[in-house]
Ligand binder design. Structure first.
Ligand SMILES: Cc1cc2nc3c(=O)[nH]c(=O)nc-3n(C[C@H](O)[C@H](O)[C@H](O)COP(=O)(O)OP(=O)(O)OC[C@H]3O[C@@H](n4cnc5c(N)ncnc54)[C@H](O)[C@@H]3O)c2cc1C
Length: 308
């Protein structure tokens, strides 16, 4: 079996940045990604990717892919495969995907994260029947309707801003009494829209409806008073969970399943495995941060490999 210097797992900003740097350092690299571009591929407009005033998520994803493809060939191999297992074997690492197995001297895990699901009665039952996790995909189907966005971070406010373009009204439903996780400039802008309101400090109890969503019931966390919110669309933006199941037991994880890293080097608890981006225990999750952290990892991987 061919021995790679490095196997990168993940094709988001972290994985693709790592791919470019690895190839430029002439490391024999395999980039395994289930998909390319990462989570913000669904964004209609990204305004903080440095070097672009505004770019759609789709275009950014395409640019990232093209950038790595420009280096694919002799040193860099790209495969669209899902990594399912990482094991230590004979001083190297064996990565098993849904299609094959590969051996690498070092590993970079940059598998990002996925959406946290709403835990309320009937939330599962109404998924795709008025309850959705993707505003960009499903939002336009809800034109002229009263909608709810569940969450209180930047993603929730971005979703609300998108929906306000065509919804009759949008209510942001948040479990805390403030919006400290979102950028104040976005919060102020979105909340100042005449069709926007916010319901704070509530727990959602149940998603209600017949064939499709007709609303939700909630309870105020201070007063325990219950209320109903009549809406025909519910958009969930309550955070992310790391894609790290496949490295459980291989590297040390936090209680939330994030990969613990040394922020100076991106090293994990297991020598030979590095990690970068949203799957790690860094506090802040952004495209630029994920890409930058992966570059830091690459510098350290390169130095480590060359010191051997
Ligand atoms: C709706 C939305 C809008 C956002 N908007 C912005 C924004 O405007 N600006 C900003 O800076 N950030 C934004 N973010 C955050 C940003 O997208 C993330 O911080 C960033 O994508 C993290 O990059 P990553 O490479 O760590 O992981 P991800 O982007 O999650 O990429 C992970 C990659 O790994 C692949 N993968 C996962 N598991 C496996 C596996 N087992 N095997 C192989 N491949 C695997 C995935 O297919 C994907 O390619 C947004 C996020 C969301 C959800």
């Amino acid at each position: 079996m061919e021995l790679y210097d490095l196997i990168i797992i993940g094709g988001g900003p972290a994985g693709t940045a790592a791919g470019v740097y690895a190839a430029r350092k002439r490391l024999k690299t395999l980039l395994l990604a289930e998909t390319f571009g990462g989570q913000s591929v669904v964004s209609t407009e990204i305004q903080n990717w440095i070097g672009s005033v505004a770019i759609s998520g789709e275009e950014l994803a395409l640019n990232m892919r093209k950038h790595v493809e420009a280096y694919a060939g002799d040193v860099l191999t790209m495969k669209e495969e899902l990594a399912q297992k990482v094991e230590q074997k004979d001083g190297n690492f064996l990565v098993t995907t849904h299609k094959s197995s590969y051996t690498g001297k070092t590993i970079l895990v940059s598998t990002g994260s996925h959406r946290r699901r709403l835990e309320a009665i009937n939330a599962d039952k109404f998924e795709h029947k008025g309850l959705t996790y993707c505003a960009s995909c499903d939002g336009p189907m809800f034109e002229g309707q009263d909608l709810a966005v569940v969450g209180g971070g930047n993603a929730a406010f971005e979703t609300a801003a998108q929906l306000l373009a065509y919804a009759k009204s949008v209510t942001l439903v948040h479990r805390s009494s403030d919006f400290h996780r979102a950028d104040p400039i976005t919060v102020d802008k979105v909340l100042s829209h005449p069709n926007m309101r916010a319901l704070k400090n509530v727990d959602i109890l149940e998603v209600t409806g017949d064939a499709f969503v007709t609303g939700m019931t909630y309870r105020n966390k201070d007063t325990s008073e219950q209320g109903t919110l009549p809406v025909t669309g519910i958009f969930i933006e309550i955070g992310q969970l790391p894609n790290t199941e496949f490295v459980k037991g291989v590297v040390e994880l936090t209680e939330r399943g994030q990969i613990k890293i040394d922020p100076r080097t991106q090293k994990t608890s297991t020598p030979g495995i590095w990690s970068a981006g949203d799957c790690t225990d860094v506090l802040y999750h952004q495209n630029n941060i994920a890409a930058g952290d992966a570059v830091r990892a690459l510098e350290d991987i390169y130095v480590t490999l060359k010191a051997k």
